[in-house]
Design a protein around this ligand. Sequence first.
Ligand SMILES: *Cc1c(COP(=O)(O)O)cnc(C)c1O
Length: 346
Amino acid sequence: MGLTIDLAALAANWTALARQAPGARPGAVVKADAYGLGAAQVAPALYDAGARDFFVALASEGRALRPHLAADARIFILSGHMQGQELDGLIPVLNSPEQFFRDRTLRPRGDFAIQLDSGMNRLGFEPAEWAAIRSEALSAPSPQGSGPALVMSHLMCADEPDHPANAAQLCAFRQMTDGISAPRSLAATGGILLGPDYHFDLTRPGIGLYGGQPFAVSRPVVRLALDVIQTRSIAAGEAVGYGCTWTAARPSRIATVAAGYADGLLRALSGSGAVLWAGDRAAPMVGRVSMDLITVDVTDLPEVPPALEILNARQGVDDLAALAGTIGYEILTSLGPRYSRHYLRS
Ligand SMILES: *Cc1c(COP(=O)(O)O)cnc(C)c1O
């Protein structure tokens, strides 16, 4: 019961994504506690598979992860160097002139990376800012002698291969970086699938490692089984749950299951057609999702097992996301701290 995280499937997904970009060093994005699955277990499993370059959003995430990885693993901090941060053993991805000068003043020989804005307008140096600082950045003292460990940018429409923003961002990134000797990185999961023009020296897959789209052939990594607390019989015409949004059309058996929107079963799943599984049999979720509970129509199950699955190979994170009107990323990162987490290692 609880969340089962298949670290062997995760490692297989990492290797499969690495093979899609054979010319590049494959990194791994483990921000937001490895998309909700537990960075302290996920990152070492990826290290064992061969990953040496890890990306998190915040310095606090990097500090928490550092003790779980060997010294030859690099941990990049995507938010860069913000005021008052302790960055020992971490590599800030500097996003602005302000971050660059702060970092170079406080960590004059420290390792650093640079993020350029190639069009997303979210993080990174604007082309003019980069032009002004470029030669200083490329020759700044660092553990590798001089210059950044990585120069990177991020694509905003990589999951839509035909979107013109992809080629436009590629062109902008090339214009800002062609000819430099520092390693370059542009592709997350979607960018890897766009083909070799997008791969450069290092890739940064996230969602594809965890079994999510757009990496269609990824293996499922997560199974979520929920305890049945009690089962009751109700008559036709009786309602179930807040707001009386579902009424039994026939005499029914209702199982009450121990997870709700506080655990990441988004309230938008109410009435969406999501099902729970008892082996290969599906039972529909009925009524509203409440904070700690959901209710399931188990009338057609021959028997009610002690737990029902809501995420498995049949109903994956993207399936559940579609039913809730969101994306697999949000389903994963919403998985709450109340689930017990079990890790499968082979
Ligand atoms: C989250 C993130 C990634 C990983 O993206 P996926 O779509 O999950 O593969 C890569 N690079 C940056 C800068 C990110 O913010």
